[in-house]
Design a protein around this ligand. Structure first.
Ligand code: EPU
Length: 431
């Protein structure tokens, strides 16, 4: 298994380009199942989770082909299988995004039920409740969700009990080809939802209200082929900005709409750092030691749970105490013990962590436990005295494209020690 080795203590400076967002690209790829024609995808990040989704679509019988590194062609017209097997779902929960599209297209779907994961139980009951309201019958048989809607899905009024990102995406996709009008209330408002709605509209879908908590979808008979472009990755962008700040540096990320990062940038301003934004870039420049700032995670436009671990890493070196409350996932503090191994002073009580900033932390061997926790360990390693080795790097490869290359471009002393595995080869499918 690969390891990342970092010699800490170099202030990062410079400019890098944001990649396409993993969490936007995954639903866009799942949406190809709804389309009666070829789809050309742009700005697809080169990531492990993307290759898993490509493998899944190819396994169902779709033509899936890379044009160049970030452009992908998918044609699901030859697809015949309306299933997502356990072998793929177990490596990526977001495989369940194909449930709504498969049911809408084939009138049936068999998708392995995702289990719990490192950050929480993460049930998908609200996805299933919504599809049932649209007329599907749903059973769980031998670990698989078996959904049927032989006469097609019908529009329904669905009120989510809790904001769910992939739940909103799944039901939005299912509703696009349903008979009649669907209303999704208490819908997620993340920029990735708007990206999906924009992309579906470009192929003929009738969707209004995305970006608000009420989305209205008027079902159509068919979506025609066309193009979809993934938005920039706001979580990746903020991670690199945090890398600049934690090392006392000055980092600019281009190719990103700063409006997607408002909650994060507001908290960064509170630390005393300089934030500069333009149409298509964000710059964060350290102005001395960061001041401690409290955060609590919320659905968009609140502070993203996907940045909680990285912000905590920054706070381990801040001046003062920071209270960090995680309200989205019940178990998203796996990085705390690893940061403590590097000398961070963090106490945990339920969903709240209190970080007492230290003058310095020191390098150590640490272990990645999930994607964003891994990113926080890399950030801590960049700022720590001495050497940090982060193992189980496959978590990082799920969501950060060429992380060591991008950080290296900013001046970081970081290298990957590779094992022989080449996961991308297996994903270059045209089957
Ligand atoms: N929930 C339920 N029942 C459901 C659905 C969700 O109880 O049917 C709960 C979850 O357990 C959680 C909360 O609702 O406590 C919110 O979960 P949500 O459904 O919004 O999460 P998700 O859609 O599974 C996406 C991202 C995550 C991100 C969350 C929150 C994708 C592919 N994944 O997950 O991204 O943390 O939204 O913003 O979009 C990551 O990229 O590292 C990552 C984990």
């Amino acid at each position: 298994m690969d390891k990342i080795i970092i010699q800490g203590g170099v202030p990062l400076t410079g400019c890098i380009e944001a990649s396409g967002a993993k969490n936007a690209a995954l639903p866009l790829l799942a949406a190809s199942i709804l389309v009666d024609g070829p789809v050309a995808y742009h700005r697809i990040p080169h990531l492990r989770d993307i290759s898993t989704m490509m493998t899944l679509l190819a396994w169902q019988g779709a033509d899936v082909e890379y044009d160049d590194r970030h452009c992908l062609h998918v044609d699901t017209r030859p697809a015949t299988k309306s299933e997502a097997p356990y072998e793929l779902v177990k490596t990526m929960r977001a495989s369940s995004l194909v449930l709504g599209p498969l049911l809408a297209r084939f009138g049936r779907a068999k998708v392995s039920l995702p289990g719990g994961c490192a950050i929480g139980a993460r049930p998908i009951d609200m996805h299933l409740k919504g599809l049932t309201a649209m007329g599907a019958s749903i059973e769980v048989e031998q670990g698989d969700i078996v959904a049927r809607a032989s006469n097609g899905l019908s529009g329904a009024h669905i009120v989510f009990d809790q904001v769910t990102v992939t739940g909103t995406e799944n039901l939005m996709m299912a509703a696009v080809l349903a008979h009649g009008v669907s209303v999704l209330d208490n819908a997620a408002r993340e920029p990735e939802i708007v990206n999906l709605a924009d992309s579906l509209r470009a192929l003929g879908a009738k969707i209004e209200g995305d970006g608000s908590n009420r989305i209205i979808i008027d079902g159509v008979q068919r979506l025609q082929g066309g193009e979809m472009t993934t938005i920039a990755d706001r979580i990746e962008t903020a991670t690199y900005l945090a890398a600049g700040l934690i090392t006392g540096g000055d980092v600019t990320v281009s190719g990103i709409d700063p409006g997607t990062l408002e909650a994060f940038l507001a908290r960064v301003r509170d630390t005393g750092a300089l934030v500069e934004t333009g149409d298509n870039f964000v710059r964060c420049k350290s102005q001395g030691r960061l001041q401690a700032v409290d955060i609590h995670t919320l659905p968009h436009p609140g502070f993203p749970t996907d940045l909680q671990a990285q912000f905590m890493a920054m706070m381990t070196l801040a001046d003062g105490a920071s209270v960090i409350r995680e309200t989205i996932f019940e178990n998203r503090f796996m990085h705390v013990q690893e940061l403590a191994r590097m000398g961070a002073d963090i106490s945990l009580d339920g969903n709240t962590a209190v970080v007492h900033g230290r003058e310095k932390i020191s390098g150590a061997p640490v272990m990645a436990t999930d994607l964003r926790a891994s990113a926080s360990l890399v950030l801590a390693g960049l700022a720590a005295e001495g050497e940090t080795t982060v193992s189980r790097v496959y978590h990082i490869d799920r969501g950060y494209e060429r992380i060591e290359e991008k950080l290296g471009k900013l001046g970081a002393r970081i290298e990957r020690h590779s094992a022989s595995e080449n996961w991308m080869q297996g994903a270059r499918l045209n089957a």
